[in-house]
Design a protein around this ligand. Structure first.
Ligand code: ZN
Ligand code: ZN
Length: 359
């Protein structure tokens, strides 16, 4: 029994869960090391609170599961067998927790087969584990942070007046892989007015002189951990003066949040520290999203750094600190670092200069 499965069982016990059912996704990968494709044939980890855990897989995927080195029993079903019968035969009496991303068709089928079992979400059980990173996970996030920093360091190679966001984005995507990722997760190049849409990706807009450009990029490393960092660029001089004023306030807010975040403070207090400063400076209305999200095997996971989340931060929790200001239809700015709580402070995993970079 691996320590993660043991800790999962401790959480199950305290939450009254008899069996967890985990289908392909980050939770399955976290618990077993198996990065299964989410295909239509049922793969499902059956983890009863006592007794043997079993990974149910299609027979034709047994080799793939074993190659991943899973340390639980593997039970296979043949092409015309009933995989739900196999899963339900392994379920203990009592409440069943299913992973948050299990397909609805599967949840409904399980409920139909086990009408007297209470079905709940496994999210709280697994999040309690996943959001407290182990030393090896923190090292993997450190490497991911360094890899995306190397991409930002090269921005001058690609970001030039007269090129489109899409052209620049394609170059960035190549560099994300060159600099140590196996997968490009997202590339945001928001020039001028496009920067005011936080989840803009790229477009055919031609980047002009003096326009602020928000570049938010991330990928997944060979170890399976994600990077995510935003920096802001302007080509030549002449950025709008109201943008420069807002940017100065944003830098101060983000710095204050990095100063504040540490074990023992709440997630929502990190958000509040930055929001208060931006509000005092007159930009509170332009900060239209939460401060950050946890990060690990997924780019967005617990803990969320948001008003209303009174979770007390603990050593090993990793999350983004990414306040932003968005003047609709004109410009946007966001400064984003990934950070992890140490025993008594904060280790920031992105080190590129946070001031506006003039190219
Ligand atoms: Zn980001
Ligand atoms: Zn982010």
């Amino acid at each position: 029994m691996t320590s993660r499965l043991t800790r999962a069982r401790e959480q199950m016990t305290s939450r009254g869960v008899s069996t967890m059912l985990i289908t392909p996704g980050a939770d399955l990968r976290y618990l077993t090391g198996y990065h299964a494709k989410p295909l239509e044939r049922l793969t499902c980890l059956v983890l009863p609170v006592e007794g043997e855990p079993t990974l149910v897989v299609p027979a034709l995927e047994r080799a793939a599961a074993e190659a991943a080195g899973v340390e639980v029993a593997v039970a296979t079903w043949g092409e015309t067998d009933d995989p739900f019968a196999l899963v339900t035969s392994l379920v203990a009496d009592g409440a069943i927790a299913v992973d948050n991303q299990m397909w609805a068709a599967r949840v409904l089928e399980l409920q139909r087969r086990m009408p007297h079992s209470e079905v709940m979400l496994a999210g709280p059980v697994i999040e309690a584990l996943r959001m407290r990173k182990e030393p090896a996970e923190i090292e993997a996030l450190r490497q991911a942070g360094a890899a995306i920093d190397r991409v930002h360091a090269r921005m001058g190679e690609w970001l030039r007046v007269g090129r489109t966001e899409r052209e620049v984005g394609a170059d960035i995507a190549r560099a994300i892989v060159e600099e140590g990722h196996v997968q490009v997760d997202f590339v945001i190049v928001g020039s001028g007015p496009n920067g005011s849409s936080p989840h803009h990706e790229v477009s055919d807009r031609v980047i002009g002189a003096g326009e602020p450009v928000v570049v938010d990029i991330g990928g997944t490393t060979p170890a399976g951990y994600c990077s995510d960092s935003t920096r802001n660029y302007v080509i030549g001089g002449g950025a709008p003066s109201d943008y420069l004023d807002a940017y100065a306030a944003l830098e101060a807010a983000q710095a204050a949040q990095r100063e504040h975040a540490r074990p023992g403070v709440t997630a929502e207090s990190v958000d509040a520290v930055g929001r208060e400063l931006l509000t005092e400076a007159g930009y509170g209305d332009l900060f239209i999203h939460r401060t950050g999200h946890g990060i690990g095997q997924e780019t967005h996971e617990e803990p969320y750094i948001v008003s209303g989340n009174d979770l007390v931060l603990e050593p090993g929790m990793a999350f983004s600190i990414e306040p932003g200001c968005y003047a609709e239809g004109r410009w946007g700015a966001r400064i984003e670092d990934i950070a992890v709580c140490t025993d008594d402070g904060l280790e920031v995993l992105n080190q590129r200069p946070r001031e506006l970079v003039v190219l």
